[in-house]
Design a protein around this ligand. Structure first.
Ligand SMILES: Nc1ncnc2c1ncn2[C@@H]1O[C@H](COP(=O)(O)OP(=O)(O)O)[C@@H](O)[C@H]1O
Ligand SMILES: [Mg+2]
Length: 365
């Protein structure tokens, strides 16, 4: 890999040097031609003036006119070159902007402002676009208003896929998901995403301030609500950042640790008290101490909120009213934690195997 990297770095270096050379050469030519012409005009002009073929005034007028024209013509060259670069860049941006989104409002989709938070999965099947093998098959779930359902299962069994269907990050390919009895595809995407708060395992933070990241799509959020959400997520570290809530983070800003990013994502999910919460293993990168604090605060938030919670550790399972065990894209068992512990050996195995594994991104404060 180092060798390949070396080769490609060398290639990039050579291309850049080549470009520099070309630029230097062409700008030298740009400058040389008018100046050479000027020299010729001066020499030939002086000779003509001396022999009386032209007055001195005519020569001066000609030279000043020539000097006036050189600059605009030269810059025209640069403008054309820059315009070509800009057009290439714009092409790339338009490629993204022109991609038609595959998840759109159905005709006749309605705005829903209030919800009881009754979520049902009815014979839901799901296959990723462009693949053949279904990831989820015949999923039936009934999450009552205010209930917290934990989803447990081995890595790769489809937990993330399952919970990302509810905020419509993907659309089901079979069956349907309903919110208060209405197919979520008949709810306007805007209002659905307002009702469903979400935090995923590998959170995306954008290159903007902490505040903007937290209030994404909820511009009307007050500082008190932000404070409360940060407390739930134990993310008060943001107040210690150089510019507090206005610190820029993400690609072009301050980089945060995995645990810090996860806590910000969690704060973003709970801000504004969404009726339904989708949390995909939101505590996986936290140290045990912070995890316990977040769980305590989260328990209060989950009270009265319908939630789908992907969990790995037994301690987090305690937050849930019921647990569904997912195996190979199907619900293998569903019940309370203690019921499953007693009657389903696979559940015991899934939990204990996870409990022994140490997340690779443990961050201590
Ligand atoms: N974007 C995707 N495109 C195609 N296949 C995917 C995609 N994301 C996940 N998968 C596949 O779907 C299966 C379930 O993945 P996932 O839902 O992430 O599992 P879990 O969260 O339980 O670990 C895996 O086999 C994975 O390879
Ligand atoms: Mg996952």
């Amino acid at each position: 890999m180092a060798k390949r990297f070396g080769q490609e770095a060398r290639q990039l270096h050579d291309t850049a040097i080549g470009k520099g050379r070309l630029l230097a050469l062409s700008s030298a030519r740009f400058d040389l031609v008018p100046n050479l012409t000027l020299a010729v005009v001066l020499v030939a002009g002086s000779a003509t003036v001396a022999s009386g073929g032209m007055t001195l005034g005519e020569l001066v007028a000609f030279v000043s006119l020539q000097l006036m024209l050189i600059w605009p013509i030269e810059s025209l060259g640069w403008i054309i070159a820059n315009a070509q670069e800009a057009m290439t860049a714009a092409d790339r941006i338009y490629e993204v902007l022109d991609t038609p989104p595959s998840i759109v409002d159905r005709p006749g989709a309605v705005t829903v402002a209030e919800s009881r938070g009754h979520v049902r999965f009815e014979k839901v099947g799901f296959t990723y676009p462009g693949t053949d093998a279904p990831v989820l098959r015949r999923i039936d779930l009934d999450v009552r208003p205010g209930e917290t359902l934990a989803i447990v299962g081995a890595t790769g069994c489809g937990k993330t896929s399952l919970v990302s269907l509810l905020p419509r990050l993907y659309d089901v390919t079979g069956g349907r998901i309903t919110l208060d009895g209405r197919d979520i595809r008949d709810i306007q995407l805007d209002s659905l995403r307002r009702l469903v708060g979400m935090a995923f395992e590998d959170p995306t933070l954008f290159s903007m301030s902490v505040r903007e990241n937290l209030t994404l799509g909820r511009r009307e959020t007050t500082d008190d609500e932000i404070y409360e959400a940060l407390r739930v997520a134990q993310a008060d570290f943001v107040y210690d950042l150089p510019w507090g809530l206005d610190t820029r983070i993400g690609e072009q800003g301050l980089s945060l640790s995995g645990g810090q990013r996860q806590r910000l994502a969690l704060a973003r999910a709970v801000i504004g008290h969404p009726r339904v919460l989708v949390l995909d293993d939101p505590l996986s990168a936290l140290d045990v101490h912070t995890e316990a604090l977040v769980e305590e605060a989260l328990a209060r938030v989950l009270h009265g909120t319908t939630a789908l919670l992907v969990v790995h550790r037994p301690s987090t399972v305690a937050l849930a009213d019921r647990v569904a065990l997912l195996d190979g894209g199907e619900i293998a068992a569903i019940g309370t934690h203690s019921e499953l512990l007693e009657t389903v050996p696979a559940y015991r195995a899934a939990l204990s195997a996870e409990a022994l594994g140490v997340p690779d991104d443990v961050v201590s404060r």
